[in-house]
Each structure stands twice: as structure tokens, then as C-alpha cells.
Design a protein around this ligand. Structure first.
Ligand code: GLN
Length: 491
């Protein structure tokens, strides 16, 4: 294998070069595999690499280009896939021991669509077990490290995907976002991450966590790449009953529209208590940059978002406790044999699930149980409605909202593992969007006092992706990039 010598290119640049025959998909792949070989043992972004299948796919792309065909808008683009998205015949573990040995019989729709557009899957990325967490420290296979500082977490739950993009292992990666699992790691790793409007991207083949909240979305180094990926993956899928019967909003066409006259509201409740001053300062700098580009910026109160975390930690565990009931030792993966079926299930679930997953199952089962349902789950649903209403009121006056993505920059390993609540507090700015079903994205906007990346969150109303991406593109143009080291420490 040759050393990683090529420049780090965006997905759009790679696809443009491969489609014209200027770049070879196989060479592009080898370059990324070389970068993986150099640094993966230190980063641990992947649970599983699919080098051989990737080589075959890349060679096929090159053959098709040589034959005069167009392999599609992502021709030859290496892509990393979060290990809770089904890949036919390729291990899909959710970073849990309970799925040990299970091979999905089909590809997730998003995986199929990326491949059909010419993308080349390089492997499955690490996550917090079943996407429950904010640091990848809940993975049964060990944590992923942040490429900017390997003593720090990459965020989570899609930490492997965020780190893969930040380390130059792939220009594009897929994640899932139930309460912030795309946006928060994107923020901590200094890359772009998008949670699209609920229903715009298929979840067929996404292992379910909280079904009323889960969405699939991209990680990339540029705003344009995220737009391209969503346009390829999004749009109606008859195999997902929550899929909206319409194409993904056409965002790429509007990236150069600018923000002149766009009304931008800074969310008051997401700028005070719990937010590190250096992070809040970056959000204010982002707002200033947007104002300088012609946007009308003001503060706006969205009062009910203050209850987002409390509502989420009833709704999400309730849905998880139901979704995870299927791992019973009969249908998937791990089975610990025992004298009776009941005992077999108990032993299997005890051995197969980690502590955080068990905590969520117990929380959810409790919240749904007779006598507590109204007081907990029912109440949380009412709060969810209030959050949506407060956002609706804000969006009568503003086209998009602005906030920090994460309250701090990347934190050291072990910092928040002793107290689950401290870990949960990572998501105070991201969770309300999931409860509302709205889109939101994290855009890198410089560094905090520690020199580590800070992400600014752009929030928009349902199907407001065009305004959201216009804002993100303007922020990208104004931001000072924070480069992750993509070389091994030896070089
Ligand atoms: N960190 C949040 C949780 O632990 C969100 C996770 C996610 O979005 N999948 O539930």
C-alpha cells in the first residue's frame, strides 16, 4: 500500500474528478486506506473494515467511467457507515455484545442509495452501545479517540463516524441522531453534521432506538458535501412508514444564496447556565458574522426547551425499552443457553447489554408501567407538544435559530462516566430539535480556549433545510478552520 500522499479532498471534489476520469476511484480509496492504516490503531473509529469489498466497488467505478458511463454524484467517494445501519452480510453490532455474530440479510435504504450514487463503503464505525451516550465510552469494543486530541472523547453516539471524517479516513460518513448523536460529535471533532427533518431520510435498516426521534444524517468536511449526501439519501421510501412522500428539499442549489435579509434568532435559553463562556463567545461571533453578511440577528426566548432533557429521558428510554425487547437470545446474535427459555433470555440480556443500555431499559419500563404512565410518559408527551409550540412561535419571527451545539469542547475520557446526568447534559442544546421533529446542523466555527473545535448549531422549522443550509454556508465562509492532524504522530 502506498503512503497517504494525496491531499484531503471533499466528497464533491472526489466525485467530480472520478466522473471525468481525472481521478481513479481505486487510487482515492487506497489513499484513504493508507490514512486509516497509519492512524486507526490510535483512533479506533471503526468496528469493522470492508477493504476487499471497497476495492471491488472502486474498481467497478473506474471500469464504468472508462466505458463512458456515469457512476453518479458520489462516484468513488469513500464513505464510513455507523455500525447501527444494516449492511448485508457485513457485521452490524451497534457496538453491543448482544448482536455478536449477527449478519443482516439486507442493506439499509441509505446504504443502498449511497452505493447506487457511486459511493464506496469502507467500514462500520464505532458508537455508544445502541446509540446511547455522548462520548463512545459506552461501546462494548472500547472508545474512539478524538483526532484533534487523543486524550479527549470524540463525542457520541456517532463518535466513530465523526472521528473518521476528522481524521481523513473518509470524506463522508453516516450517523444517526436521536438526541444529538450526529451534531454533538460533529461539533467536538470539528466537522459538519446534519440531523434532517423527521421523515425526510429513510430509517429502513437503521437499528431502532427511539423511533419517534431517530433520524439518519451525514458527516462531512464541507456544507456542500452534507447537502449532496442528503439529496442522494433522502426522499420517499415506501419501506419506512414514517417517510414523507416527497423528495429531499433541493438545498445544493441555494448554498450561494447568502443570508441577506434572513432573520436569525439566538436562543436565549441555550446561551446561559451550563454553557461554557468560550463556546457562547463563538456563537456570538457566528451571529456577528451572519449580521455582517446581511442577516437580521436578534435574541429569542424558546422557554419550553428548558424541559427538553427531562422529557427526552422519559420518551427515549420508553421507546428504547420497547424496541430493545427483540434482543431475546432467540432472533438475533448472542444466546446464553439455560434450562428454561425464561432463564436463557435473562442470562442473554444480562450478559449482552452494557450498563447504560440496562439503565435506559429500566427507566423506560418504569415510565410506561401502570400507575406511572400518566405521571411520567404522558406528561413528557405534553411537554413535547409545548416545545414544538414554542419553536413554532419563534419561527413566526425568525427563519433560523442559532445556539451552541454542545455546551463544551471535547472533554477528557472518564470525565463524565461516573455520573450519567453529567453525560446527559451534553445534549441540552440538541435534544429539543428531535422532540420537535425539526432539522438542525452543526457547523465548525473556530476553537475554544483549549484550541479544540467549537460547533455552532443552526436550527430550522420542519422542512426548513434550505434556510438552514444557506446559514451554514455563510458560517462556513466566515469560519477559521481548526485543522485536525491527519498524520500519525511519528510524522
Ligand atoms: N446522547 C443522547 C443519548 O444518550 C443522544 C443519543 C443519540 O442521539 N442517539 O440518548
Amino acid at each position: 500500500m502506498t503512503a497517504a500522499s494525496g491531499p484531503l479532498r471533499s466528497a464533491s471534489d472526489i466525485a467530480a474528478g472520478v466522473r471525468t476520469g481525472e481521478l481513479s476511484a481505486l487510487e482515492v480509496l487506497d489513499d484513504h486506506l493508507a490514512r486509516i492504516a497509519l492512524r486507526e490503531s490510535e483512533i479506533h473509529a471503526f468496528n469493522h473494515l470492508t477493504e476487499e469489498a471497497a476495492r471491488a466497488a472502486a474498481a467497478d467505478i473506474d471500469r464504468r467511467v472508462a466505458a463512458g458511463e456515469d457512476p453518479g454524484p458520489l462516484a468513488g467517494v469513500p464513505v464510513a457507515i455507523k455500525d447501527n445501519l444494516c449492511t448485508s452480510g457485513v457485521p452490524t453490532t451497534c457496538s453491543s455484545k448482544i448482536l455478536e455474530g449477527w449478519l443482516p440479510p439486507y442493506d439499509a435504504t441509505v446504504v443502498t442509495r449511497l452505493a447506487a450514487a457511486g459511493a464506496v463503503a469502507v467500514g462500520k464505525t464505532n458508537l455508544d452501545e445502541f446509540a446511547m451516550g455522548s462520548s463512545t465510552e459506552n461501546s462494548a469494543f472500547g472508545p474512539t479517540r478524538n483526532p484533534h486530541d487523543t486524550t479527549r472523547v470524540p463525542g457520541g453516539s456517532s463518535g466513530g463516524s465523526a472521528a473518521a471524517v476528522a481524521a481523513g479516513f473518509a470524506p463522508l460518513a453516516l450517523g444517526s441522531d436521536t438526541g444529538g448523536s450526529i451534531r454533538q460529535p460533529a461539533s467536538l471533532c470539528g466537522v459538519v453534521g446534519v440531523k434532517p427533518t423527521y421523515g425526510t431520510v429513510s430509517r429502513l435498516g437503521l437499528v431502532a432506538f427511539g423511533s419517534s426521534l431517530d433520524q439518519v444524517g451525514p458527516f462531512s468536511t464541507t456544507v456542500a458535501d452534507a447537502a449532496l449526501a442528503l439529496e442522494v439519501m433522502g426522499g420517499h421510501d415506501p419501506g419506512d412508514s414514517t417517510s414523507l412522500p416527497q423528495p429531499f428539499p433541493s438545498v445544493s442549489d441555494h448554498l450561494d444564496d447568502g443570508v441577506d435579509g434572513l432573520r436569525v434568532g439566538i436562543v436565549t435559553e441555550m446561551m446561559g447556565e451550563g454553557i461554557a463562556p468560550d463556546v457562547a463567545a463563538r456563537v456570538r461571533a457566528a451571529a456577528d458574522a451572519l449580521a455582517a453578511a446581511g442577516a437580521e440577528v436578534d435574541e429569542v426566548s424558546v422557554p419550553a426547551v428548558a424541559f427538553g432533557l427531562s422529557a427526552y429521558y422519559l420518551v427515549a428510554p420508553a421507546e428504547a425499552s420497547s424496541n430493545l425487547a427483540r434482543y431475546d437470545g432467540v432472533r438475533y446474535g448472542l444466546r446464553i443457553e439455560a434450562a428454561t427459555t425464561g432463564e436463557m433470555m435473562e442470562l442473554t440480556r444480562t450478559a449482552g447489554f452494557g450498563d447504560e443500555v440496562k439503565r435506559r431499559i429500566m427507566l423506560g419500563t418504569y415510565a410506561l408501567s401502570a400507575g406511572y404512565y400518566e405521571a411520567f410518559y404522558g406528561k413528557a408527551l405534553k411537554v413535547r407538544t409545548l416545545i414544538r409550540r414554542d419553536f413554532d412561535a419563534a419561527y413566526e419571527r425568525f427563519d433560523v435559530l442559532l445556539s451552541p451545539t454542545s455546551p463544551t469542547t471535547a472533554f477528557p475520557f472518564g470525565d463524565k462516566t461516573a455520573d450519567p446526568l453529567q453525560m446527559y447534559l451534553n445534549d441540552i442544546c440538541t435534544i429539543p430539535t428531535n422532540l420537535a421533529g425539526h432539522p438542525a446542523m452543526s457547523v465548525p466555527f473556530g476553537a475554544g480556549d483549549d484550541g479544540l473545535p467549537v460547533g455552532v448549531q443552526v436550527l430550522a422549522p420542519a422542512l426548513g433545510e434550505v434556510a438552514m443550509f444557506r446559514t451554514a454556508a455563510a458560517l462556513e465562509a466566515a469560519a477559521v478552520p481548526v485543522a485536525a492532524t491527519t498524520e500519525g504522530s511519528a510524522s
